[in-house]
Design a protein around this ligand. Structure first.
Ligand SMILES: Cc1cc2nc3c(=O)[nH]c(=O)nc-3n(C[C@H](O)[C@H](O)[C@H](O)COP(=O)(O)O)c2cc1C
Length: 343
């Protein structure tokens, strides 16, 4: 691990939170020659520690590993989904986020006690010592493990988001990493007790790509995601608020800005890796661009049109269309919305 000391506070730029949130991107190209300073890793972990947690039980833990400093790297690498292997090997640190289920059963009483000692749980809100001891706490502590796991993993997500936000504010790149290749492998490599869950992997490093990755990645429109007062009633976006958020840096120019694909190819050349991105069939691209739910800006539309006009795009494999149709139908999802029509 790096042993660098942390700088004086006035040498660390303050980035406002809305801009920090807007600056966040999943970084997939890390500079293998730059190590993230230990104080920045600590700052991210400290941010995770102060994320809200149910009943103050502190269920989220993490193991921070570095390729050249730990004995379990090869075992961990074996568990990472194929498309993430290159990412973790060029990253500076890998954070393995854990959820301790026994925090719920073991620390429920102490957690509530701490919030009452510091003036955060009051009779005003209905807290009552006898009721807590005879009803609330025994009920919580009798939850089946699956329910506890659901609750606590949500909490770990909160902590991870805090860590990522802190990292972005300090100029550090982040990406969450799937470990689907070998279920149970990380738990085994770490030697985790039974009541721990490995919740997610998180690679950290200095971006080799431009830190804004050529623009903000597209999302669904506000109205397709959020509801007001009743499910199905869209929470409408206000153009004036959007303008404000653009000025504050939360909403940024959408990807892909000019030069993005050249940047990716140049990095691929430098490391002797395959160049280019995957492409979908023309009628898939056209169907997606026509989907009203997405908030697509001009750059992505231009890119889509350019691909359709210039590239030799693959055909939609009919047998896969049928497989996807079957999988969507199992969930009662409208296949016409998500799949091209049969030829
Ligand atoms: C829980 C979670 C897991 C993810 N896993 C992966 C992953 O395994 N590999 C990867 O390249 N990106 C992964 N991502 C990143 C998403 O694909 C990414 O959010 C998406 O590309 C949108 O881009 P943005 O994060 O830059 O806004 C993950 C994101 C989340 C929230």
């Amino acid at each position: 691990m790096s042993t660098d000391t942390c700088p004086p506070a006035d040498q660390v730029p303050d980035v406002p939170v809305l801009r920090t949130l807007g600056n966040r991107r999943s970084i997939r190209y890390f500079d293998p020659d730059r190590e993230v300073e230990r104080w920045k890793i600590e700052s991210m972990l400290q941010a995770a520690r102060f994320a809200s947690c149910q009943g103050n039980i502190n269920a989220t833990e993490a193991v921070v590993i570095q390729k050249d400093h730990c004995d379990i790297w090869d075992d961990v690498e074996d568990c990472v989904s194929g498309f993430n292997v290159q990412i973790i090997n060029q990253a500076s640190h890998l954070v393995l986020w854990l959820t301790n289920l026994n925090a719920w059963y073991g620390r429920a009483i102490d957690g509530i006690s701490t919030v009452s000692l510091v003036g955060a749980a009051a009779k005003y809100h209905g807290w009552n010592y006898e009721f807590s001891m005879t009803q609330t706490l025994p009920r919580l502590m009798s939850f089946p493990k699956e329910r506890t796991e659901n609750l606590l993993r949500f909490e770990t997500g909160q902590a991870v988001a805090n860590a990522i936000t802190a990292g972005v504010g300090l100029g550090v790149g982040n990406i969450l990493i799937a470990f689907g290749r070998k279920p149970g492998g990380v738990e085994k490599a770490l030697g985790l007790p039974d009541h721990y869950r490995f919740t997610w992997g998180h690679a950290v490093g200095y971006p080799l790509e431009e830190a804004q990755t050529g623009g903000q990645r597209p999302r669904l429109k506000m109205e397709a995601l959020f509801h007001e007062n009743a499910f199905g009633t869209p929470f409408r976006s206000d153009p004036a608020t959007v303008e404000l958020l653009k000025a504050k840096g939360l909403i940024q120019e959408q990807a892909p800005r000019p030069g993005r694909f050249e940047e990716m190819d140049a990095i691929a050349d430098r490391f002797g890796r395959d160049k280019g991105v995957i492409s979908f069939p023309a009628r898939e691209i056209e169907r997606l661009m026509a989907d009203e739910d997405w908030d697509f800006g001009p750059h992505i539309r231009e890119r889509a049109q350019w691909l359709v006009d210039n590239e030799d795009l693959p055909d939609y494999p009919e047998e896969m269309r049928q497989t996807f149709a079957h999988l969507l139908a199992e969930h009662g999802i409208d296949t016409a919305k998500y799949l091209p029509a049969a030829e």
